[in-house]
Write a protein that binds this ligand. Sequence first.
Ligand SMILES: Nc1ncnc2c1ncn2[C@@H]1O[C@H](COP(=O)(O)OP(=O)(O)OP(=O)(O)O)[C@@H](O)[C@H]1O
Length: 856
Amino acid sequence: MAVPKARTGRAAALHRRAAAIVTAAAEVLDEIRPAPADQRRQYELADQLRSAAEVLAPGWAGSSLESLAAETPPGEGPPAFVRIGTGAPLDDARFPAVVPLLGTAHLVVDTDAREPRVAGLLRSVLLRLLAATPAGCLLVRAVDGTGPGEVFAPFGALADAGLLPPAARDLAGLRAVLTEAEQWVAPDAGRHRRRDRTLLVMVAKLPELTGPDDLARLVALAESGRTSGLHLVVAGWPSTARSSLPQATTVTLRNGYALIGDPPGTSFGGLGGGSSGGLNTPVFVAEDPPVELVTTVCRRLAEQVEAGTRLALAGLLPEPETPLWSVSSAAGLSTTVGDAGGRPVPVGFTELTPHWLVSGRSKAGRSAFVTNVLLGLTARYGPEELACHLVDLGPGESFVEFLQTERDRSWIPQVRSAALAADREYVLELFDQLEAEVRRREEAGQRAGGQRFAELREHTALPRIVCVLDNLPLLFGEPGAGPAPDRLGTTVLARLDTLARTGRAYGVHLLLAGEGDLGLGTGSGSRDSMLGQFPVRVALPGGGAVLEPSNDAAAGLPVGSAVVNTAGGLGGPRGATRGHERMVRFPDPFDAVETVTELRRRLWAARPEGSAPPVVFAGDARPSLRNDPRYRAALLGRAAEPAALLGRAVDVARSTVAVPLGPAAGRNLAVLGPGLAAAQLLVTAARATAAHHPPGTARFVIAALTEEARAAAAGLAGGLTGQHTVEIVDLAGLVSAWPGGGPTVLVAFGLDVPSATELPGQWLRSLLREGPPAGTHLLGWWRSVPSFAALLGPEAELGELAAVVAVDMPGAQLTGVLGRPVQWRPRPGRAMLWDGPDRQGTLLVPFAAEDEEKVA
Ligand SMILES: Nc1ncnc2c1ncn2[C@@H]1O[C@H](COP(=O)(O)OP(=O)(O)OP(=O)(O)O)[C@@H](O)[C@H]1O
């Protein structure tokens, strides 16, 4: 064993000695700069070369980077020459060292980019080439086997624009780049090749395990690439390679400077009059450009590319020449949602893909995406084939493209209803309607012997229904109320589940949109199984939560793009082709006003005769009494019986909420609420009641029992004077008004004041019970519940006393009055009415006060 060990030791010693000699020799060689020729000649030559460089490589291609502002425009095409450093034959005789590259040659550096000077050189050359070329005309593929992979990091902004994807770091990545480059140069690649673009492959260091075959592929590319718009810049070409990189200018690094070889097909030798064999002067390679400059230029390029390739909305719509609404929705609806690599991507609402989830963070283009889908659908399917209900639970203007506006009274005829800043109760009512429709269709199918939608449609006119719910998380709880749905939220969720399950077979489809997992992705198993009803998942920027947790396809999406997955968000192996998933780009419809206006005009003009505009519920607006259809009908004498109108229901039909004031016991109105909003409701209720009596036929007795209601009472009296007999009275006057004769309305503000509570209980009860049959009704305001509750006594039924409307009054306080727990959290601009045996309550938006109306 001793002999081999000694041999190994000797061999190691010899190796060390040899290595030391090589190092020493290299240092000596590095000290030997190319010999300067005659000095005067050097100065002249440097001058000439400076002028030549200005012509050959102007602007970004060759000027000093310090002299260039980030906004400096590119040239007309890719620059033919690029600066790679500064030639310095003498310390004070310098000139830009430029070499031909795009269009003619490649560039190879003997050292890889682990050497910082090389990394700087590559970044400088890349910056110059990119900035000097019109945006989008130079595509770059980078390979960086240096380890951390950060050589090209400053150019990250180009990734989204598709100009420079993240650098390949390993052998597989290198090979993918080589394959792409080979396709680029293949003479008959079968693809429509764009000659107006150049592909630049930049290698900062070849990855570990790069073998002779890979090098041979690079050599082959270098041979054929120049004439096909492919160029290579390779740092760290192995000295052991079988051949050098053909058609390349070489850069050989020495300590502190570099030597530049002759470009292919030409010689620097002619310039200096010296022998050929490269530039006869040392060159300081270009320094690393400032990161801010690189970032700014890349951002500018990305923006320009994005703007230049912006898709047109028209691309998602049928050709304008094709007849409108020629498609049947019997088998399903389908529309183009975007473009993937130049091909339109259609997605449908069918029995197999009945419902969609669309997620994206705020400003990620969610409204844009949904608007595109709706425009695409309404352009393809007529009102007999498609009906839409649009709901946005969030604040703000939505769906304006589809609805009447102040300036444009047209609308898109498939839209039946729309709600902006919708209440959850609105959605519940919409679900009621949709469920009823599903039941009708189900029953019709059963009557016809078990038919489903497509068969049913053969003999019945049935549109498919698309219901859009945006800002869905607000459906499950009030904002900021925590992740668990509250009681109403739980109800709504269960109803959503039912609708999703039953609707699919009967042409009722849901498009749910919002942020994150839409409030659906976590929690109980029932939600998980509900998610199974939503095979179509669309992830916009920040919307990856609607994909499977392991599917990161949506990471880093830019605005205007989306991952469209039709397999419930399921991913697949990285890099594998996923037939069920596409990355699409989609246009901004808000940027295509003309196209939208034109389409809207066409659709509106084609609307079936007699079609009505969509009923719009605007959650943050107050309805006006004067515009209320029931109020107007009353003024025209068309009301069946007197009624107090309170506001508009939070429902799809926007029905007027009325308390009929017929001759039955208890047809009175009790407004319960601590503030003036309640008094205001009483005022409009009284005004509306007055409109139901022909002028001059009723007597209004108005009593302001609290100071704070005096103005409201006076305003009401003023408004009614001239219409009817009006008396303003005090408590005694009020008491003396009943019993009385003829149609009389007692309007009492503040019935909770002590003096009023001392009213003989018997008087108030008899008024409430016996007044209506005798034509006398009470419209009263109580600021607190107990004084009203006291009227109930042990045996009285609420129905015999009054309808109750609560304004700003927590439900818990009403438990005693209504005789059961009340789920009602008051909120501004809302009131709840309980009238008659339906103890459920009707949520309403009270009419605006008259002065608010005037302002509006
Ligand atoms: N395809 C697109 N390309 C470029 N910009 C777009 C695109 N789609 C939408 N935008 C723009 O992005 C911005 C946000 O879009 P949009 O209003 O659709 O987002 P959102 O996610 O619905 O926002 P919100 O938070 O208001 O719900 C808008 O200014 C819009 O014009």
